[in-house]
Design a protein around this ligand. Sequence first.
Ligand code: CU
Length: 318
Amino acid sequence: MMDILSPAGPQAAHIRELWHVTVLLCTLVFAGVLSVLAYVLWKRPRAGEADTPDLAARGAPEAGPRRRVSAAVAASVLGLLFLIVASVVTDRALAHLSLKDALHVEVTANQWWWEARYDDPQASRVFTTANELHIPVGRPVIFTLRSNDVIHSLWVPQLAGKKDLIPGRTATLHVRADQAGSYRGQCAEFCGFQHAFMAFTVVAKPPAEYEAWAEHQRQPAAESGDARAVRGRELFLGTSCVMCHAVQGTSASARRGPDLTHLASRETLAAGTLPNKPDALKQWIRNPQQFKPGVNMPATNLPDSDLDALVAWLGSLQ
Ligand SMILES: [Cu+2]
């Protein structure tokens, strides 16, 4: 669900307040204008067919309308000033989120997927994942935003407003989730062919559960010893896949595509495009272009049995 009206944290709640204030004021103005219009249409003198037109008003401007128009202009200016003040106040509130003990996550946008790097003062505790961010409930998160190619925009309506990711620059976004849940995000700046299929999920969970998840992500891939999976591993490490993907604990360490170390622990594939099920995974590897035309991953002509082996191995990467 992407709903700015059901915030799960303080940042989105500030934005909802601004929305309410704006909608209320605009509704009042709209209702006011329509009532005045209805009133004058009803009250104005009606001419019959035989009456000659009254052109007096054209010679000498009337004082009454001029006063009323001036009053309306003044009211509009006041209304607009009020909205400016309201958005400045919201901006300040957004900037005042306490960042004590914050979690640092670096998010890098790529055409058309998201990389998330969880920072830690201890280098060995840093880990990378893609398209699915987990965060602890009640703890502030500082997202550092970067882009590898074009301008993207990160938007999780239930947690915060939009923030652009601009190549060559860094931006930060401060967020806190106070309710556990799964919040859908979407790239909100047209970034090319597959912009619409550049979604992601933020999963907010109780701190202890988050820690367990993070600890698991720090481990190298848990691999299956099953014969088919072993064959899949060989295929993965022996074909083009290693040119673009990393799987910790193996020799694959490329960064052009998502880190697949814990692929099986994710809900979806390819930035929210497909469910993470063996069948979909197989179709995706066979021909990703079929789901995301123009995507930066080539189709493969591996035979069916090899695809099954790859899926067996990738599916075991819990
Ligand atoms: Cu994008």
